[in-house]
Design a protein around this ligand. Sequence first.
Ligand code: ZN
Length: 54
Amino acid sequence: MSLEIEHHCPQCGGRETFWRSASTNLHLGLKTKWRCSECDYGLVRIDGEINSAA
Ligand SMILES: [Zn+2]
């Protein structure tokens, strides 16, 4: 699994690089947290799907 992804950042208003900050194994899948490299906005992904904003 890569340590960075490109994703839309609602705070920056464009595609930004997100760095993985944490990962946890849940029964529904692997939960990973990502931080925007520009503004520190947080994303949560479960099994590859962007689930919610932290
Ligand atoms: Zn951002």
